[in-house]
Design a binder for this molecule. Sequence first.
Ligand SMILES: NC(=O)c1ccc[n+]([C@@H]2O[C@H](COP(=O)([O-])OP(=O)(O)OC[C@H]3O[C@@H](n4cnc5c(N)ncnc54)[C@H](OP(=O)(O)O)[C@@H]3O)[C@@H](O)[C@H]2O)c1
Length: 326
Amino acid sequence: MKAILVDPSTSGNPLRWDDVPDPKSGAGEVLVDVHATAVNRADLLQRAGAYPPPPGAPEYLGLEMAGVISEAGATVGEWQPGDRVCALLAGGGYAEQVAVPHPLLLRLPDEWDFIRGAGLMEVFLTAFVNLFMEADLREGETVLIHGGASGVGTAAIQLAREAGCRCLATAGTPEKVARCRELGADVAVNYREEDFGAALAGEVVDVILDIGGADYLQRNVELLNLRGRLVVIALLTGATGSLDLAALQRKRLRVIGSVLRNRTLEEKAEIVRAFRNRFWPALIDGRAAPVIDSVLPITAADQAHQILADNRNVGKVILTVRDAAG
Ligand SMILES: NC(=O)c1ccc[n+]([C@@H]2O[C@H](COP(=O)([O-])OP(=O)(O)OC[C@H]3O[C@@H](n4cnc5c(N)ncnc54)[C@H](OP(=O)(O)O)[C@@H]3O)[C@@H](O)[C@H]2O)c1
C-alpha cells in the first residue's frame, strides 16, 4: 500500500506518498480501507520528531480516519467487511489501509460522507474526555475553551452547548471569534486584541479547557471559581509557568494534565463507549457536527500541514485517500 512518509534528512521534514508494507490486523482488530483522514496539530509535532508514536502504534502519521472494513477476524464483535466506519487511531491514518482495534470504531450513518467521518474522532473524543470525564463538567456550569476555533475547540463548544453549559471561548482573529459564536459560544474574546483575563474577569468560570500552558496559567487560575477545574491539553505558549498555590488552596481548584493518544486501549475503548452513549444522538440529529475547514488530497499533505502551521483553519483539515463522497 501507500502511506505518507516523513523525510527527516531534508530541511522542513518533507512528506511523500510512497510504497510501504501492507499492514496486518492482529487479534481483535479489523483492517480498514482508508477513504479520508484528517490533520491534527499533533501530526506537525510528530513530523518534527517531537511526538513519537506510542509503542506498538503504526509509525505513520494520522490519528483518525473514515473508511470501509476490508477484513474482520473472528474476535471483532459486530464488525464485518463492507461496514463504513470511523476510528480513533494511535497512528497510521495517512495511509491506504490501517489496522484498528474494534472497540475504537464507530459506525458511519448512511447519510454521512467519509469527510465528515474523518474529522470526528480525535477532536470530539479529546473534547469529551477532558470536559466530561476529567473535569466532570455539569449542566448549568460555565466553561472557558481556549482555541475555540481549533479542531478541538469547535468540538468542545458544541458539546458544552449540547450539555447545557454557558460557554466562553478565546480565538485569534475576528473571523474565528465570529465562528465560535455561531457554534454556540455565549462570549468569544479575540485574545490578540484584548487580554482574555481582563475581558472575562466578570465571569464565574467552573472549567477551563486550556491549550495555552505557561503564559495562560496565572490568568486561568484567577478566572476559576470555587472548586474550578483547569484541564491542560496543550502547551502552545510553553511548558513552565508560575502557579499561585494560595489561590489553588483557597478556591480548592484542581489542575489536570491530559493526553489521549498514549492511553491504554481499555481507557480509549471506555471513552469511545461513553461518548457514543451520551453524544451520538446529537451527532446523528445534526445538532453537533465536525467543522470542516478544507479538503485536500493525501498527496497534498504538506499544504494541509501548512494550513495548521499558519493557524488558518477553523475546525478540521481533511485529507482524502480514496473516493470520500460515498
Ligand atoms: N492532550 C490531548 O490529548 C490533545 C488531543 C488533541 C489535541 N490536543 C491539542 O489541542 C490543541 C488543538 O488541537 P487541534 O488539532 O484542534 O489544533 P488546530 O486546529 O491546529 O488549532 C490550534 C489553534 O491554536 C491556536 N494557537 C496557535 N498558537 C497559539 C499560541 N501560541 N497561543 C494561543 N493559541 C495558539 C491557533 O488559533 P488562533 O488563531 O485562535 O490563535 C490555532 O489555530 C493543539 O495544541 C493540540 O496539540 C491535545
